[in-house]
Design a protein around this ligand. Structure first.
Ligand SMILES: *Cc1c(COP(=O)(O)O)cnc(C)c1O
Length: 420
């Protein structure tokens, strides 16, 4: 199946007289005929349902749809994008380990990596998104367990050279994890370019309607865990009667460990109802992504015509620094544009407050056009130096183009620009 079809049909195939639409299985637990049967389920937890803290039929339908869209072998949904990033890393790093990440990542990831993981004894080594392969491999320490990047960074809008980062990671026998939130699998499938694990905040385009926060981890099944140093996967798990994930689950070792061990212990699984809503968003994802790209291109071209606007950053534009990488890796540059105004931060605030159609929200990638000033909101906790490293300037506006009629979006921008 192609993506448009997968969006509608992957993950759930009803049998005779079964519901046409993925049903909401709103139950914490599942009934068994005998106590003996229940105890056997604990020996083979991937074969049956036990408890909705780590598996639920509605959520599983969505997991398999997303895995199919990304070209992975399996996926696990989480209750937020942050939880997906956290578990994706904790599944490989213990206290005393380190990992490499590009510096131009989402603000929430930056906080998690720089402060919370550090407190847990896990060090993040930052490299630039534009680092050479040599610079990436030189940053490795003997305890480095993975490389992390963001396909199209929020809000820096840098484009990751996935093949380069995958090559550097694989030369050191560690996997590449990619946050693919902004492109979604419709605009980019990082696994096709060598990424091993993909994470998402499904709160953005995947849900699309700003209905609920969620995340997902997708496993390509391609990484050979035995080639590196991953005792958590290749040695007995004493919290699971000595199971060895790579032996029992082979290609699916990573994602099954994440569920059986980390989801069991952290319990950040979404509800059936949330998954049901996410599925509704996914059904139109392919259609919506094309329209976001189309509208955002028009907005970016319009902004270029104004002498009040500077630093227009949209990788879909020909003169953008990342246009060639965008052409290689993305089928479109999504709906997010950043820019500054000649009057700096003050003008930016005035502009944002004058917009009528576009709303001020702490959100992005919504079906409705929205704006945000990253330096005073999502990146407020960072120092100016960290903000710069993350690729943002103090006056920068993040403009998330929605699916309204393009004439209405442009008229709104026009009237707000007139005021400044
Ligand atoms: C929003 C976002 C996250 C965090 O996801 P939540 O669902 O808000 O927890 C992670 N990565 C990127 C790129 C994001 O935009």
């Amino acid at each position: 199946m192609r993506d448009d079809t997968k969006c509608l049909h992957s993950g759930y195939t009803p049998g005779n007289t079964e519901p046409r639409v993925v049903p909401i299985v709103q139950s914490t637990t599942y009934v068994y005929d005998s106590a003996e049967e229940i105890s056997s389920v604990f020996d083979e937890p991937t074969k049956s349902l036990i408890y909705s803290r780590f598996a639920n039929p509605t959520v599983m339908a969505v997991e398999s749809k997303i895995a199919d869209l990304e070209g992975g072998i399996a996926a696990m949904c989480t209750s937020s994008g942050q939880a997906a990033t956290l578990l994706a890393i904790l599944n490989l790093c213990d206290a005393g380990d380190s990992f490499i990440s590009i510096a131009q990542i989402y603000g929430g990831s930056l906080n998690l990596f720089s402060f919370t993981l550090k407190k847990m004894g896990i060090e993040c080594i930052y490299v630039d998104n534009d680092a050479t392969e040599d610079e990436i491999t030189t940053a490795f320490k003997p305890n480095t367990k993975l490389v992390f990047g963001e396909t199209l960074a929020n809000p820096a809008l840098t484009v990751l050279d996935i093949e380069k980062f995958a090559k550097a990671a694989h030369s050191k026998n560690v996997p590449l994890i990619v946050d693919n939130t902004f492109p979604t699998p419709i605009l980019c499938k990082p696994i096709d370019f060598g990424a091993d694990i993909v994470v998402h905040s499904t709160s953005k385009y995947m849900d699309g309607h700003a209905l609920q926060v969620g995340g997902v981890i997708v496993d390509s099944g391609n990484f050979d865990w035995k080639s590196g140093s991953f005792p958590g996967l290749t040695e007995p798990d004493m919290s699971y009667h000595g199971i060895i994930y790579t032996e029992t689950y082979r290609k699916a070792a990573y994602i099954i460990k994440a569920r059986m061990q980390l989801m069991r212990d952290f319990g950040v699984y979404p509800s059936a109802h949330s998954a049901f809503l996410l599925n509704l968003g996914l059904e139109t994802l392919a259609l919506r992504m094309r329209k976001y790209c189309e509208n955002a291109t028009e907005v970016a071209l319009f902004l270029k015509t104004s002498n009040k606007v500077t630093n227009i950053n949209y990788p879909g534009l020909k003169d953008n620094k990342y246009h060639n990488l965008a052409k290689k890796y993305l089928k479109g540059a999504s709906g997010v544009i950043t820019f500054s105004l000649v009057g700096g931060k003050e003008a930016a605030i005035k502009f944002m407050d004058t917009l009528k159609l576009a709303s001020n929200v702490i959100h992005v990638a919504d079906i409705r056009t929205c704006v945000l000033h990253p330096a005073s909101t999502t990146h407020r906790q960072l120092s100016e130096e960290q903000q710069k490293a993350a690729g943002l300037d103090p006056g920068m506006i993040r403009f998330s183009v929605g699916l309204e009629d393009i004439e209405d979006i442009i008229e709104d921008i026009e009237q707000a620009l007139e005021v400044i």
